[in-house]
Design a binder for this molecule. Structure first.
Ligand SMILES: [Zn+2]
Length: 114
């Protein structure tokens, strides 16, 4: 279990870095489009269409990232209140392998959101 102070601070900096990375990505994806499309297939299928498709894809990616960011922030709160590593739903340990793969996991496999 990641319960020693050293581990906690390593996890905290990992979560902090992840949150910053997600915020930057979301900002990049949701910023207003300036000018025309700079890359790609504009000449073949029309720049407007390409841009609209790209914006839809970006919006959906941004939404997914925002969901992950919520979990990262929740995981940091859990570090603070000492419940890190335990499921928000049932209180059972989330599992080391799962936490190693996704340090911001806040639920066990059984209660993970789709
Ligand atoms: Zn659970």
């Amino acid at each position: 279990m990641p319960d020693s102070p050293a581990d906690q601070s390593a996890i905290r900096s990992e979560l902090t870095a992840k949150a910053a990375e997600l915020r930057a990505q979301i900002e990049e994806l949701t910023k207003p489009v300036e000018g025309g499309a700079t890359i790609g297939f504009g000449k073949r299928i029309g720049e407007g269409t390409t841009q609209a498709i790209q914006q839809m894809a970006d919006a959906s990616t941004a939404q997914t990232l925002a969901g992950v960011l919520d979990q990262v922030e929740r995981a940091m709160t859990k570090l603070d209140d000492g419940s890190y590593g335990r499921c928000d739903e049932c209180g059972e340990p989330i599992g080391e392998a799962r936490l190693e793969f996704r340090p911001w996991s806040v639920r066990c496999v059984e209660h993970a959101q789709p």
